[in-house]
Each structure stands twice: as C-alpha cells, then as structure tokens.
Design a protein around this ligand. Structure first.
Ligand code: FAD
Ligand code: NAI
Length: 475
C-alpha cells in the first residue's frame, strides 16, 4: 500500500532539502527521497554539499593559503621556510567538512520529522512515486501525496570525443578528489568550474591550461571586470586559450595528448590529466513515467511556469532541473517559494535579475543585475561609475588593494541596474548590492548609507556616489 504524505520531495540537494524543511516548518507531513550514496550509505545534501559548492570552496581556501604563504606573507614581514602541501591532509579536511554539513542536513530532517527515503525516485501516474532500492534494484516503497516537488538537480556534460574514464579524463567530482598535484593539467571549458578548480590546482603547483571554445573570456561578466580577471589569472600563471576547439584526446601510456584547433591551426598539448568542465545538464534520468503528465522543455529541463509549477496541478520542480542559472541559492529560494505556495501562503516568482553570481577565485568575481553589454543591447540609458580597491584603506591594510567595484544606474531614475566587482571578499559585499536591487534602491540611496570604516564595503558606497560624481576618495 502506498504511504501517504502531504508533500514528497524528490532530491535532497540545496533545492530539495530546503523545500522539505520549509514544508515541515509549515506543518506539512513531508517525505524526501535521494539516491546519493557514499560507501553504500544514503547521504543528503546533493551536488552542492557532496561534490560542488562546499568541497570546491574548501580546496580554494587551502590553495589560496598555500599561495599566500609562498608569495604574500613576506610582504607582512612574516618569514616562513619553504611551504609544502600535504594533499592527503587537505583532502581529509575537505571530506570532514562535507560529512559535517551533510550530517547536519540529516539532523535537521530528524528535528523537523521529515521522512527520508534512500533510493531512486520515479514519478508515476496519479501522483504516485516509487522508490527503487539501489542494492536490490526493486521498488522498496510507493509513496503518494497531494503535492510533489521535483528537485533532481544536474550532472556534468560529457563530450563524446573524450568520455570520462575518471582516471585521466576527469569530471568536476574527480578533479576535486585528486590525491596528488598533476604536473600538467588541461581543462576543457573556462567557465565557472574551470576557473575555480583550475586556480586551485594552479596555486598548488600544477601547470594548468584552460581551452575555451568561445572567443570571449567570461562573456557573462561585466567587460571591464572580465578584462581585469584575465590579467590577474595570467599573472598567476593560469593559461587560458580562447577560441580553442578541442578535437580529441589520445592516451599514450600515463599521459594524454589533447588536440585542438585555434585560429585555423591545429595544436597539440601533452598533459597528465584532462578535465572536461563544459557545463551541466538537468538530471531527469529514469525520473518520469510516460503517463505522469510532466513535460520537458526544449533544453531537457522540467517545464515549469514562473511559480515552478508543472502543467500537472500539485507537481512542482525547482533548482538545477528547471530553467534559470544553475546555482544553489537560486534552487533554495525556489524551494522556499514552492513550500509556501503549497501551504497556502501565496505564490512568489523569483526575480532572476536579482540572483547573485560569484566566481570564488582569488580575487573573487561577483555580480548582480545587468552588465553594460546587456544594457546597451536593450537600449537602456545608464550612468556608470567605479571605485578601485587601491583607494580603500581596508583593502590596502589587508594587502589586497587590487580590483574594483562598478555600479550601473538608470540615467533618468538613478535606480541601480547592476553591480559588478572583482576583489578579495567581494562575495560578502555583494549581498548589500542584491538587497539594494531587490528594494529598487537608487545609487543615491546606497551612496547615502553609512558604512563602517574601514571596511571593503565602503568601496561600494564610493562607487555608488561616483554615479553623481560625488565620490570622496577618487579624483
Ligand atoms: P543537486 O544539488 O544536484 O541535488 C539533486 C539531488 O537529487 C542529488 O542529491 C541527487 O542524488 C538526487 N536525485 C537525482 N535524481 C534522483 C532520483 N530520480 N531519485 C532520487 N534522488 C535523485 N553553486 C553555487 O551557488 N555556488 C557555488 O559555489 C557552486 N559551486 C559549485 C562547484 C562545483 C564543482 C559544482 C559541480 C557545482 C557548483 N555549484 C555552485 C552549483 C550547485 O552545486 C548546484 O546549482 C546545486 O547543487 C543545485 O541544487 P539542486 O538541489 O537543484 O540539485
Ligand atoms: P559553465 O557554463 O560555467 O562553463 C562551461 C564553459 O565551457 C563555457 O565557457 C563554454 O563556452 C565552454 N565550452 C563548452 N563546450 C566546450 C568545448 N567543446 N570546448 C571548449 N569549451 C567548451 O559550466 P561549468 O563551469 O561546467 O559549471 C556548471 C554550472 O555550475 C554553472 O552553470 C555554474 O553556474 C555552476 N557553478 C557555480 C559556481 C559558483 O556559483 N561559484 C561554481 C561552479 C559551478
């Protein structure tokens, strides 16, 4: 007999587990199914906690400390003998952090009386969901509910010409788990993961080359910020080849030869490891029975409206498996919105223009809203101003006086349309810019807000003041 709940969530990543917790908080009996296993045991937290946001940030931090110990501490008068890196210890720290956080989600589930099912969930007709046990490959449970939330996330895109073997041709999960620094690492794709994980292994001593198909570096970022980022990465030794069309990878013994075309010429690089980081695709593998009523859109995402509702009333989908940026915080917010809609608290649509983006390299690249390119294309008249961290006392005191903040504001109304940053800790300053945009603040509002001195966030105030040419610490 089917077990009945108010809500069933399929997937316990940051979209699904947040939705489940909010549903339970609102008094709904909630089940959450996930198929993620570590050493044969079910684990919550999805890509983000297990092989995404959290482990990548752990490694970025270690690699940056190592880099600073080698190159930055002397400037503070700190003398260190030649630092060395213990990769096993670095990986153990990362894994401990992952276990702590995934275990934390399990504890939250317990505290909120959410029933966790470990296995593969499949949406059947009439709002039935089967759970298939990974060991027996048989249906272990059948569940039913008035509302079902699909949050099955995404998986790495594989290139047919160089399929993952997880030993020398790697996906992002493999690249996070290396047990030694590869002498030479080649990465296909200079997107967000390529830059973050490329800079990790580069800072740990690997010779890293990124091969990027497009001609433009970071086309989604503000052009001035992308240019500055390209300069910094180059100075740090990270090589980025643009307009590089990768053709094939041939194995010979322990090494690989990667062949790519660039500017009409064929190039070959020998490499120890090749990582293919060319984007992620929505995960709908064996998820939807043909008669369940839910459709996919043209990109293979679950088709939903602005409220994350599928065409079947009471079936919702959130996170990476639906349209929009593939970001943990976007999925979590959709989870809260859907839970509240189910509980009768009204429907909210996510404002995709106010979803923040961060690339957690050192320096961090952070932005929200429109870029100058997008405003020009849309014919919107705007004012722009920037403020360099070189004029920020706090940035200079901490030894990171490079980078800048740019503010774009509507020419007529002064409403903030976009904020773009490059510099240390800009991911933390970004929250203020998102808040300002969410509340439709003007550049003047931001410029007249008192900021503690000395803080990095003063640079945001000064950039906003720059819109009315009233920045104090800039000529
Ligand atoms: P997921 O986290 O992918 O979770 C989906 C869950 O559903 C998984 O646990 C899976 O096991 C389960 N599942 C799938 N199908 C089924 C099924 N049929 N039955 C049962 N369970 C199922 N985003 C950020 O915002 N910031 C970052 O810093 C960041 N860093 C990243 C670094 C890396 C290396 C990677 C790969 C990604 C990173 N991301 C980051 C992206 C982020 O991880 C995703 O946007 C986020 O995890 C999506 O959340 P989700 O809940 O939609 O899906
Ligand atoms: P991405 O879309 O950011 O970058 C992929 C890159 O690969 C693009 O620049 C693309 O032009 C290039 N590419 C595609 N095919 C290619 C080919 N055949 N040859 C050469 N280059 C090719 O995808 P990525 O880096 O895999 O990340 C996936 C998702 O994970 C992103 O949507 C991102 O939002 C999310 N993520 C977010 C992070 C964050 O918020 N800090 C960190 C890591 C991932």
């Amino acid at each position: 007999m089917a077990k009945n709940f108010d809500v069933i969530v399929i997937g316990a990543g940051p979209a699904g587990y947040v939705a489940a917790i909010r549903c339970a908080q609102l008094g709904l009996s909630t089940a959450c199914i996930d198929q993620w296993e570590v050493d044969g045991k079910g684990v919550l937290g999805g890509t983000c906690l297990n092989v995404g946001c959290i482990p990548s940030k752990a490694l970025l931090e270690t690699a940056d400390l190592f880099h600073k110990a080698q190159h930055k501490m002397q400037g503070h008068g700190i003398k260190v003998s030649k630092p060395s890196i213990d990769i096993a210890a670095m990986q153990a720290r990362k894994q401990e952090l992952v276990q702590k956080l995934t275990g934390g989600v399990a504890q939250l589930f317990k505290a909120h009386k959410i029933t966790a099912f470990y296995g593969h969930g499949r949406l059947m007709a009439d709002k039935n969901v089967t759970v298939v046990d990974s060991k027996t490959n048989k249906v272990s449970d059948t569940l039913t509910a008035k509302d079902i939330i699909i949050a099955t996330g995404s998986t790495p895109i594989e290139l047919g010409s160089m399929p993952f073997d997880h030993k020398s041709i790697l996906d992002s999960e493999d690249l996070l788990a290396l047990d030694a620094v590869p002498k030479k690492l080649t990465i296909v794709g200079a997107g967000v993961i390529g830059l973050e994980l490329g800079s990790v292994w580069n800072n740990l001593g690997s010779d890293v080359t990124l091969l990027e198909a497009t001609d433009k570096f970071l086309p989604m970022a503000e052009p001035a910020i992308a240019r500055e980022a390209a300069r910094v990465f180059k100075a740090d030794g990270l090589k980025v080849e643009l307009g590089a069309m990768v053709k094939k990878a041939t194995k010979s013994g322990k090494s690989l030869t990667v062949e790519y075309e660039q500017g009409g010429k064929t190039h070959k690089i020998k490499t120890d490891k090749l990582a293919v980081l060319v984007g992620r695709k929505p995960n709908t593998v064996d998820l939807l029975a043909p008669d369940c009523g839910v459709d996919l859109d043209e990109r293979g995402c679950i088709a939903v409206d602005e409220y994350c509702q599928t065409k079947v009333p009471g079936i919702w989908a959130i996170g990476d498996v639906v349209r929009g940026p593939m970001l943990a915080h976007k999925g979590s917010e959709e989870g809260v919105h859907v839970a509240e809609a189910i509980a009768g608290k009204g429907k909210h649509a996510l404002d995709l223009n106010c979803v923040p983006s961060v690339i957690y390299t050192h320096p961090e690249i952070s932005w929200v809203g429109k870029t100058e390119t997008e405003l020009k294309e849309a014919g919107v008249a705007y004012n722009s101003a920037n403020f360099p961290f070189a004029a920020s006392g706090r940035a200079l005191a901490s030894g990171s006086g490079s980078g800048q903040i740019r503010v774009l504001a509507d020419k007529q109304t002064d409403r903030i349309l976009g904020v773009h940053m490059i510099g240390e800790h800009t991911s933390e300053i970004l929250a203020e810019a998102v808040f300002a945009m969410q509340y439709q603040a003007s550049a003047e509002d931001l410029g007249r807000t008192i900021h503690a001195h000395p803080t990095l966030s003063e640079a945001l105030k000064e950039a906003a003041l720059g819109i009315s040419k009233s920045a104090i610490h800039k000529k």
